[in-house]
Structures are given as structure tokens and as C-alpha cells.
Design a protein around this ligand. Sequence first.
Ligand code: C5P
Length: 239
Amino acid sequence: MGEHINNPVPVVAIVVAAGSGSRLGADVPKALVPVAGVPLLTRAVAQLAAGGVGEVIVVAPVEGREPFVDALADAPVPVLWADGGAERQHSVAHGIALLPDLPEADADAQVVLVHDAARAFVPPEVVGRVIEAVRAGADAVVPVVPVSDSIRELVDDGSTVVDRASLRAVQTPQGFRRGVLEEAHWMVAESGVAVTDDAAAVEFSGRQVTLVEGSRDAFKVTEPLDLLLAEALVAQGRA
Ligand code: C5P
């Protein structure tokens, strides 16, 4: 018992960084693209650690691992490495496979986050909110922000407006009780469905998803314009 108090089970974050990021047009993988000289991956891990994450599992491309390892040489938390898969959900599954061996009760209750390396500027408060909501009993937690654009849905013969007041954009880190995440990914793999994020996998497994407030700063660096915004955030001392 005493040992348990001194060594609480750490919050683990699986950081997916195995995408090519071709929309960014950079000559290095997206996670290694520097903003004010510091790679997105380095920044993402620092933000997670500041928000309460104690260990990260980074899912990186199989080839060209060295610069990824260099980017986290001075990481504030221990880092494990997993191989990227063909789709994001396979990359996450490879990360799940590396979660530490723990006694069953500890493993089931462990808080596991899944985060896109490209959301390198997520504020620590958002990370903390997600962790707290899982600790408070949620199976799966998703940070969201309101949608500012008007949205139209394409239908067979044209398009139709969607009420944006009822829409939310989904961010990461998403948080889970480990047992829930493992079960959801197992079910997704068994059935062969495609999911774009882990909350969708959990919903597919029949469980509820809880929403918490995200942040505009947790935007996903996707296109060249996003890099300008990222540089501006750093220049203003917001990251
Ligand atoms: O492509 P998209 O921007 O949605 O990818 C979101 C995140 O998933 C990125 O951080 C990317 O590196 C990661 N990813 C991955 N393995 C893949 C595809 C995407 O780790 N096969």
C-alpha cells in the first residue's frame, strides 16, 4: 500500500507522430517541423508533461527514427517508442501494445491519453481537464471547441445547412480509462471498421463519451498557414 502511495500509477500519453503531413509541404515528417527552432513533437511532449502526464509512448515512422529520438533527447518524462501503422488507428494500437504491465486493477483504472503530435500547443490546463474528468469517472473524455464557420453538408442533389450551434470540433488529447481504450481498439480491430479518432472507437464499443472545454491553441498544425499561427503563438510567449 505504502509503495502504491509513493509510486502512483502514472498518466501515460500515446503521442501519434507517424503521419507524413504532406499537406504541410515540409521536407521533414510533420512532427519534426520546427517552430521557432523547436520541433512540434518536442513541444507537444513538453505541454503534456506540464499538464500532468508522467510517461509518453511516441508512435513514430519505422524508417528515419533517429531525428525523432533526438527531438526528445531532453524530454521531461520517460519516453517509449512504437512503430507507426498504415492508418492512425493502427498507430494508436501499436502504442496501446506498449502500455506497461501493471496489476489488473491498476491497469484497468490507469488514465491513458491519446494525443496528436501536431497539436503541439495544447495548453496544460486542457490536458489537466481531460485527466481530471477521467479520474472523476468518465470512460472517455474529449476536448472540444465551438465551430466558428457556417457548415454545409453535401447531399445527393446539392447541399444543406447544418445548425452550427449544435456542432463541436474535436481535439486531442483524448483521455480514457485504460481498460475502456483497450477494449474499444480490440473491438474496432476485430470488426474492421475505420475510425478517425479514439473517442469514435469507444463509442463504437457502446460506451459514452464525455466532452470538456478544449482551446483554440490546441489546433492541429496541418497546412502552411497553421505554421504562421504557431510562430506567432511562440513570439507572444503563449507556448
Ligand atoms: O492525418 P492527421 O493529421 O489526421 O493525423 C493526426 C495524427 O495522427 C498526426 O499526429 C499523425 O502523425 C498521426 N498519424 C499516425 N499514423 C498514421 C497517420 C497519422 O501516427 N498512419
